[in-house]
Write a protein that binds this ligand. Structure first.
Ligand code: FES
Ligand SMILES: [Fe+2]
Length: 337
């Protein structure tokens, strides 16, 4: 093998093993404005297409890990207190969050034999008790927990299961979930994500070299190339798309580059009752990362540290993005008088 061929071979091997690319961060003065491409009408059209997609009545209530086998959890969705707990086979159950005896909140109660034991006087509440307490459909998809509430989407026909996007194989991936509330409606959270053009401007610490591929994009799908920043000098370039499986969810899938097949699911669940103002919404984001790299396989064994790191990054991004969503909500409320 000639010297140049060998050098190229070594370079190629390095590129294959190390996904980092020498990609200095552009200074603000040299960063190209994206406001012409981020047309309000374009974002509104994508949002209208997303809002047309039914949820089947399902709302994300948190992470699977939030509900252990022996403890209940109360979450408020659509202004309703909901207790979540596990049956003897581990399946998720859901019912009203207020005890029928004297109204105690059924949060952090002991769960024994698939029954919630109320903390105040020990009333057992389960699938076979009187009263029967598992009133609503609940589903644990292995990463997130869901509840189907009758009032959550009166316009949609209820479905057996929530609409789940394609995820990487759980045995070869790491999942991390972040949840943060905001004063806005679910649609504002979706609208923020349907504006990828803000990425390099609002989050220069996380993204650069962002370009939407208009040819490949439509109102139903946004395709873009972007570099995830790992400091000011290096980045990880990827190609990704955004799709909205239902009106309260938006999914980013890495199509090419490091972590291809990984997904970031963002779900928006209304905390307040329909029509309540100010509206409050919980943003729950699940990052399900996969990579064939040896380093990544090792990282799986350190998954607690890795998932804590993933959560910290997502949290920083979402502080900015939720401020954006809250601003959108404020402006819409102002325009509506
Ligand atoms: S309030 Fe629950 S048992 Fe009394
Ligand atoms: Fe953002």
């Amino acid at each position: 093998m000639t010297a140049p061929a060998l050098t190229e071979r070594v370079r190629e091997e390095l590129r294959r093993r190390i996904p980092l690319t020498w990609l200095p961060q552009p200074a603000p003065a040299h960063l190209r404005g994206t406001w012409r491409e981020a047309r309000p009408g374009r974002i509104e059209d994508s949002l209208a297409a997303a809002l047309d997609r039914p949820t089947g009545g399902w709302q994300v209530a948190g992470a699977s890990a939030d509900v252990p086998a022996d403890r209940s959890l109360v979450r408020t969705l659509l202004g309703r207190e909901i207790v979540l707990w596990r049956d003897t086979d581990g399946s998720l159950l859901a019912g009203p969050g207020s005890c029928p005896h004297l109204g105690a909140l059924l949060d952090r109660c002991d769960v024994v034999g698939g029954q919630v034991l109320c903390r105040w006087h020990g009333m057992p509440l389960g699938r076979h008790t009187t009263p029967q307490w598992a009133r609503w459909e609940a589903h644990d998809d292995g990463v997130l927990i869901w509840v189907r509430l009758p009032e959550s989407a009166p316009e949609d026909a209820p479905t057996e299961r929530p609409v789940l996007p394609v995820r990487p194989d759980p045995s070869a991936s790491i999942a991390a979930v972040v949840a943060m509330p905001a004063t806005c409606e679910p649609r504002d959270i979706i609208a923020n994500r349907l504006d990828p053009w803000h990425g390099a401007w609002l989050h220069p610490y996380a993204f650069s070299h962002l370009a939407v591929d208009e040819e490949a994009s439509s109102n139903d799908r946004l395709v873009l190339d972007v570099a995830f920043r790992l400091g000011s000098r290096v980045g990880v370039p990827v190609r990704a798309d955004f799709t909205t499986p239902d009106r309260q969810s938006i999914v980013m899938t890495i199509l090419e580059g490091e972590g291809a097949g990984s997904v970031v699911e963002t779900h928006a669940s209304a905390l307040t009752a329909p029509g309540a103002h100010p509206a409050r919404t919980m943003m729950t984001e699940a990052t399900i990362a996969t990579s064939p790299r040896v380093g990544f396989q090792l990282a799986r064994h350190l998954s607690r540290v890795v998932t804590a790191g993933m959560r910290a990054t997502a949290r920083q991004l979402w502080v900015d993005d939720l401020a954006y969503a809250e601003r959108t909500y404020t402006l819409r409320r102002r325009a509506d008088g």
